[in-house]
Structures are given as structure tokens and as C-alpha cells.
Design a protein around this ligand. Structure first.
Ligand code: ISE
Length: 333
């Protein structure tokens, strides 16, 4: 039986997920799409062959032809839609962040824990990225010894109109927090933000540097540069007791021209993480309804938002801020 997927949000990510579902996923079809701007929903439905389009996300969740929901609407709408999916008993893959505040994310964790079934997955697609998976496997293999430090860089070409300085942390660095927890298999206990003098003419504090400390004492520095101009570039180097490992870069091409060699950068995350997005959606479909489905749980979504909040707090206070987590419900152990 083919699973009918309804996509909420027909913007950049909603359209990309619609393309992936309709062209690359086995065992599922693109049933419906909603967007507050119905014209946008219609365009995505027509382009990627959805049977229906609507303006109302809640109506999409309630539709009989929608078995599972993918949320890619604006961040501040996520929590209400996720809650409606829980109410309808439908599995949901929600783009990150799960909710804009840790408190809201925690209400979703609590609601899911009461239901006793994990229906929520959060779109931290890097967990499905083959280079990150190889890094995790190598670390687990033990040849490098224990991890001591991680150096990361997260560079976007330019900020979208709606981006505020704290979104560098809550919208972008939130991926770094999740992938660090996943790579190292431990919690981040504190974050300290350092601001640079800033690129002229763009948002303040861009680039900024975040230093994360983990429970076992690993130090991870993350450069977040939202207006890096030259391309979308994600880097990570793991420093361990016996050696180091650098994140492989999936090659978008290797051009040799006029006495030079060039490795082009994709303009944004859709190209760099194309494999990860496909693998994420396929594994979600394959494991629908199972409590130990791969990918980030609602708890992981909550923790990433809590770390991001500590980061934003540090950006404002200039101090090292501790990450304070709620009690983890048994459903997630
Ligand atoms: C964007 O929303 C994403 O999720 C990308 O993966 C991330 O790299 C980018 O910084 C965010 O703005």
C-alpha cells in the first residue's frame, strides 16, 4: 500500500520535499499540499502531481487521503500543526526547528509521551548525510581514540529577508547542535557565543562563533556565517586522541579550466544535502509508526532548541550559558 503524504508549506523546503516525495520515494505518494498562500500550494501541486491543494494545514491533517504529514511551513507554525498530527494519530516529519522555543517543543514532547507512541520525527537531515554518517562510524570504530574537539563552520550565501541575528543560532546553528549530539553521543552542557566585528553592510554579529562544551568535556567551536557570499559550505573536523577526521565534501563537480582546478559550491543546503533529504524521507516512510525509527525524535528536537536558547542567551549576555534540560520521558530512552 502506498502511503499518502500531505505537505504543509509550499515555500522553498515544502516545494523541495514535494519534488523528493513525488520523484524519489518508494512506497509513498504526494497526496496533498497546503499553504496559507493557496496559489503557491496550487503551483507546487501542479508541478509535482499532488492530487489536491488547500490553504488550510489543519484541514490537510484531517484529510482521509493523508496518512502522514510533512511540515515545512514557517517555524512559528510548527508546534500547532505537530499537535494536530498527534491529535489525529498521524505520523509527522517536521522541519527543524520543532518549535521556535524550547518550552513549546517541550509541550510536544509531553503530549507525545502521554500518547505513548513516537509519531514525531524532526527534520535534522544531516543525520542521514553519508559524510556525517561516515564520521560517526569512524569515531565509533575506535581507531581515532576519544573525541577531544570539533571544529565546524556553517556558511550560507546570504540571509533571507526575515532573518534576525538570533536566527543564526535558532535556525542555522541548531543543525550543528543536533549533529554534535548525534556524532558524540552525549549532551551539550554549555554554550558561549563570541561576536566578530561583523561583515560590513549586513546583519550585525555575522559571522559569529559558538563554543559548545559537552558533558564529557569535548569542546566544539562552530563558526556561523550567514552572509558568506561565496557558496553554501558546511565543514567539520573531529580532533581525537590518536588522529583527526575531516568531513568529506560531496563533489558537485571538479572543473579543470584555464590552468586552475575548481570544486563548485552549491548555492544552498538543498544541493549539499540532497542525499540526506532523500534518505531522511525514505527512512521515515519505511519506518512509519515504529518507536525506534531512525532520525531525530521530538526529544532531540526539544534539546536542540534548548541548546539554541542557551546560545541566544549567551549572545545577549556575553557570558557562558548552561543548557538546562527537563526530565527525559521514558518513551525516549
Ligand atoms: C536553513 O533553514 C537550513 O535548515 C539549512 O540547512 C541551514 O544550513 C541554513 O543555515 C538554515 O538557514
Amino acid at each position: 500500500m502506498s502511503v499518502g503524504i500531505g505537505v504543509i508549506g509550499a515555500g522553498v523546503m515544502g516545494a523541495d520535499h514535494a519534488r523528493i516525495i513525488s520523484s524519489q520515494i518508494q512506497g509513498a505518494h504526494f497526496a496533498a499540499v497546503s499553504d496559507a498562500d493557496e496559489g503557491r500550494a496550487k503551483a507546487v501541486a501542479e508541478k509535482h502531481g499532488a492530487e489536491r491543494h488547500l490553504a488550510d494545514g489543519a484541514a490537510l491533517i484531517a484529510s482521509d487521503d493523508v496518512d502522514a504529514v510533512l511540515i515545512a511551513s514557517p517555524d512559528e507554525t510548527h508546534a500547532a500543526f505537530v499537535l494536530a498530527c498527534l491529535g489525529a494519530g498521524k505520523p509527522v516529519l517536521c522541519e527543524k526547528p520543532l518549535a521556535p522555543t524550547a518550552a513549546e517543543a517541550l509541550t510536544l514532547v509531553e503530549a507525545e509521551a502521554v500518547s505513548g507512541k513516537q509519531l514525531i520525527r524532526v527534520g535534522f537531515m544531516r543525520r542521514f548525510d553519508p559524510p556525517y554518517a561516515a564520521m560517526r562510524e569512524t569515531l565509533r570504530g575506535g581507531s581515532l581514540g576519544r573525541a577531544l574537539m570539533v571544529h565546524s563552520a556553517h556558511r550560507n550565501v546570504s540571509a533571507p529577508d526575515w532573518f534576525k541575528p538570533e536566527n543564526s543560532i535558532s535556525n542555522s546553528a541548531v543543525h550543528e547542535f543536533d549533529i554534535l549530539r548525534w556524532l558524540l553521543d552525549e549532551e551539550i552542557v554549555a554554550v558561549e557565543a563570541f561576536t566578530s566585528k561583523g561583515k560590513r553592510g549586513v546583519m550585525p554579529n555575522d559571522p559569529l562563533m559558538l563554543v559548545c562544551e559537552t558533558a564529557s568535556g569535548v569542546l566544539a567551536d562552530v563558526e556561523v556565517f550567514i552572509n558568506a557570499a561565496y557558496g553554501y559550505d558546511v565543514r567539520a573536523e573531529l580532533v581525537c586522541e590518536e588522529g583527526t577526521m575531516e568531513l568529506a565534501r560531496p563533489l558537485a563537480g571538479d572543473i579543470r579550466l584555464k590552468g586552475q582546478q575548481a570544486l563548485p559550491f552549491p548555492p544552498d543546503w538543498r544541493g549539499r544535502f540532497a542525499d540526506a533529504y532523500r534518505l531522511e524521507v525514505q527512512s521515515w516512510v519505511d519506518a512509519l509508526g515504529s518507536n525506534d525509527a531512525p532520525g531525530a525524535s521530538a526529544w532531540d528536537g526539544y534539546v536542540a532548541s534548548a541548546v539554541a536558547e542557551a546560545g541566544v542567551k549567551s549572545l545577549r549576555s556575553g557570558e557562558r550559558e548552561e543548557v538546562k534540560l527537563a526530565q527525559k520521558p521514558g518513551l525516549y530512552s
